[in-house]
Write a protein that binds this ligand. Structure first.
Ligand code: NAP
Length: 548
């Protein structure tokens, strides 16, 4: 079957892309989704405590006032099931399901030059073709189960948080081991501990966390959200990270230590990701960052009553927010429970998994169940596992051997008419994702509309613009303390053998949006456009990066 466009993935990105291409441009479109239902990331991440760190009033689409107005969020942060319900509501309102094929994993995609077509193959062996291929596969969808010796010997059950069973997991009476203390592990541990007989948390890198202060939303707040649609949309589009809060304009050194402490305490009491927004220089100035880091470490020591556990939890080796900063509900408090223990893998590393638990250098931990909260092969993983082949059979996996190469995180040279929503090299995971997604979907939609209007057969990132953009992505990260945490997944460090390249664009979403708008306005500068077969470089110079 041939379509104008195929979209891979039915999360926030795929759903809106379907709406835009089908209902705005009138294209024939099919969405292919590996999961059994809508949701993308939120379809798979059903682990205990799964909840978004973006607040409900901004973790939503802003393309439709009506869609937003009719949706009532129940809590400050939306839980995974509420997000799935929201996407179901959107799909019903826009009649999207009829063009989505669930339970269908794309296992190969290749471009045929003569026909100017993408052909995809699914896990059931079916083939489909399209003029445009849009990947909406998410940034955090390829689960990373570490290759710890002995996993096959384990007689109990084990689960990765990003592939959680739809029917849930019963922990009652079970001895549970959880490996990983990233944003996921910090959310799941407190909930698992409530019913497990015992929870052992295996921590490799200690992590900061700030209280989320989740709470039910009042009718008055939801009314305010409805009435503030324009302001909220404007705020999410003009801030560095797509949230509605703004980063304070003061530096840490502008205030006295007493005032600074007051500011941190007030932000701690309020909770949430905006803790980091209290000063503007915490991500660029090590001394400034250290004040924030020390404040959080002091709170950990305040909360955790066992001094050894407190020391292990507060022994954090990177600047605050240089790795993705989690927010939590009772994470550190969980270590005061009698049924919870902490193993510091830096002191006592895992040797192997055995038939009945995990053996570390100094102890045997008997377990009935292991939870891998060990993260993802982020950003590149979901794309590479689709076996994408471009012009002349070139393989994306080969082209990205030394790290991802994209222009604006939207396209790659050698892969015409293939668009990646929130791909590596775009702000993506450093932002409130639905806002970044909307920007990409709208840009791609406008681009395809432009192609049709002007008889453009193919669009493809130029080599030169891709190289320049790649350098710019690295430079932006190098200018921040994100560069200091080389062991973060932003660099791909969590997956053995993965090239160490800073993957997301840290120059800010608002600036990135202007860059993309400028590129389009200058006739898709930096892209190669094939106007009815006559290939030409678009715009004045593909080398200069506009507006950055
Ligand atoms: P993650 O941040 O990559 O954390 C994985 C954890 O597993 C880390 O503590 C890591 O230790 C540990 N780990 C990995 N391999 C290990 C091994 N072989 N032995 C021992 N420990 C190992 O993954 P995540 O927590 O799933 O979060 C990923 C991203 O998803 C987040 O950063 C965030 O962007 C997103 N997320 C968002 C939310 C939300 O909005 N609420 C919730 C969850 C996740 P090291 O640090 O030493 O590598």
């Amino acid at each position: 079957m041939h379509f104008d466009a195929l979209i891979v993935g039915a999360g926030f990105a795929g759903l809106y892309q379907l709406h835009c291409l089908r209902d705005r441009l009138g294209l024939t479109v099919r969405v292919l989704e590996a999961g059994g239902d809508l949701g993308g990331t939120w379809y798979w991440n059903r682990y205990p405590g799964a909840r978004c760190d973006s607040e409900s009033h901004v973790y939503r689409y802003f393309f439709s006032r009506e869609l937003s107005a009719e949706w009532q969020s129940s809590e400050r942060y939306p839980g995974a099931s509420e997000i799935r319900a929201y996407l179901d509501y959107v799909a019903r309102k826009l009649d999207l399901r009829r063009d989505i094929q669930f339970g269908t994993r794309v296992v190969a995609a290749s471009y045929a030059e003569g026909a100017n077509r993408w052909t995809i193959e699914t896990d059931s062996g079916a083939r489909m073709s399209a003029t445009w291929l849009v990947t909406a596969v998410g940034c955090l969808s390829a689960a990373n189960v570490p290759d710890i010796p002995g996993l096959h010997d384990f007689q109990g059950k084990w689960y990765h948080t990003g592939q959680w069973p739809r029917d849930g997991v019963d922990f009652s009476g079970k001895r549970v081991g959880q490996i990983g203390t990233g944003s996921t592990g910090i959310q799941s541990a407190p909930v698992i501990a409530q019913t497990a007989a015992h929870l052992t948390v295996f921590q490799r890198t200690a992590n900061y966390s700030v209280p989320a202060r989740n709470a039910p939303l009042t009718a008055e707040f939801n009314r305010w959200v409805r009435e503030s649609f324009d302001e909220l949309r404007e705020a999410t589009r003009s801030t560095i990270n797509g949230h509605a809060f703004r980063i304070a304009e003061r530096n840490v050194a502008d205030v006295s230590p007493e005032e600074r402490e007051e500011i941190y305490r007030a932000a701690w009491a309020k909770g949430g990701l905006q803790f980091r927004a209290t000063f503007r220089d915490v991500m660029t100035n090590r001394a400034a960052n250290q004040t924030m880091a020390e404040f959080v470490k002091a709170r950990i020591r305040d909360v955790v009553s066992n001094p050894e556990a407190a020391a292990d939890l507060a022994d954090i080796d990177h600047p605050y927010a240089a790795k993705r900063p989690p927010i939590d509900t009772d994470y550190f408090e969980t270590f005061n429970r009698p049924n919870v223990s902490l193993v510091n893998l830096r002191k006592d590393p895992i040797e192997r998994i055995t038939a009945d638990g995990i053996r570390t250098k100094t102890a045997e931990h008997k377990l009935d169940l292991i939870v891998f909260a060990t993260g993802f092969d982020a950003l590149t993983g979901p794309l590479l596992r689709m076996n994408i082949r471009g012009r002349s059979g070139r393989l994306l996996r080969e082209d990205w051997k030394a790290g991802p190469r994209t222009y604006l995180g939207l396209q790659m040279p050698g892969y015409p008419n293939l668009f990646t929503i929130t791909g590596p090299g775009s702000p993506s995971v450093l932002t409130n994702m639905p806002v970044a997604i909307e920007q990409h979907v709208e840009w791609i939609t406008d681009c395809i509309a432009h192609m049709r209007e002007h008889g453009i057969r193919t669009i493809e990132a130029s080599e030169e613009a891709t190289r320049t953009w790649g350098e710019h992505v690295q430079e932006c990260a190098r200018a921040t303390l994100l560069w200091d945490a080389k062991h973060s997944w932003y660099f791909g460090a969590n997956v053995p053998g993965k090239p160490q390249v800073f993957m997301p664009y840290s120059g800010g979403l608002a600036r990135y949006r202007r860059t993309c708008e400028g590129v389009a306005a200058r006739d898709y500068e930096g892209f190669v456009l094939d106007r009815e077969g006559a290939s030409e470089f678009s715009g004045a110079a593909a080398t200069a990066l506009p507006g950055v």
